[in-house]
Design a protein around this ligand. Sequence first.
Ligand code: FMN
Length: 366
Amino acid sequence: MSMLFEPFTFAGMELRNRIVRSATYEKRADVDGFVTEELITLYRNLAKGGAGLIITGNALVHVSGRSVPQAICIHNDFYIDKLKKLTEAVHKKSGRVAIQLVHGGRQCFPSMLGTERPLAPSEVYEPTLKTTPRAMIDEEIWQIIESFGDAARRAVYAGFDGIQVHGAHGYLVNNFLSPYTNKRTDYWGGDEERRFHFLEEVFKSIRKEAGDHYPIMIKLNSADFVEGGLTVQESLKIAKRLEDMGLDAVEVSGGIYESQLKAARTGIKTVEQEAYFREAARTFKKELNIPLMLVGGIRSKTLAEDILREGDADLISLSRPLIREPDLPNKFKEGKEKADCISCNGCMRFMKLDMVRCTQLEKGAD
Ligand SMILES: Cc1cc2nc3c(=O)[nH]c(=O)nc-3n(C[C@H](O)[C@H](O)[C@H](O)COP(=O)(O)O)c2cc1C
């Protein structure tokens, strides 16, 4: 009996199956961050392709957090009308769509900001971008917290079915949570309780604007995979704190730009190499009551079914496989066993690509 294609409901949101399109930046917004026809077509195809829930590529809550070009923006009311077109396209195909809210923090390309120094909790050098961010002052921190709430209000107006806070992968929320990047000694830093304050305020700001019953999720690092970074046990405590505050679901990922073990790993050739955050998910599941999404290297249907059956996760999240095959959920349903994605990360060389796409397809590979 397939569990993957059983409907799943949480926080009042009915999903037609348990497959989630994990947030994936598309480089298809226009240069000002407005939704384009290309982006709507992509979402229509994802919805037609059968995913139960689609999470958008990271959407910008404040201009000081722009990390990449042509990402979706939601930092101004001007964006609402076109975002609404995107949610309507998904709903017409019986899909659900949540928006991922982000501030890029320490990992913003300076060229994206028009300034030399990205904003972060503390001035910890970032080796991949070769920049040292500037520590935010109190006023800036409150401004960003408010911008998450404002973005949430816009998301509701635009018809999104839920919100996911990007709390993973080395962006601003993760910067505050992690002892590796948060060296502050004021209200926003210090022990794990104090490092949680920023996310606590972000969550409260979103909940206030979105309303008590609106689905709010988070993508969290199980671990940062850098010395002195977040560990699974510490991340689990963060998830538990959020659950107590009324969080509706958590997606488990891991890694930051400079870590050895990354969120999107290459060289997944065997089933054993798939689902590389499964162990962490199992640890989380033991302690949490809210639904858990597992992302990272899942390629085989049998494995996805096994993860669900064993209770290691409630939902299966896929990113790269859906770049290559937006209709993979339907194909799985019709009997396909394995995604075509070979995890080469050609799609991640987006600074060189005109848009995020599967570079294998152009090579004429099978
Ligand atoms: C091109 C590309 C863009 C991505 N953009 C985002 C993003 O906007 N937000 C996010 O949380 N993760 C993003 N990710 C990470 C994926 O959501 C996912 O966590 C990771 O790729 C592992 O899952 P996979 O093996 O199914 O690809 C991106 C990954 C890729 C390859």
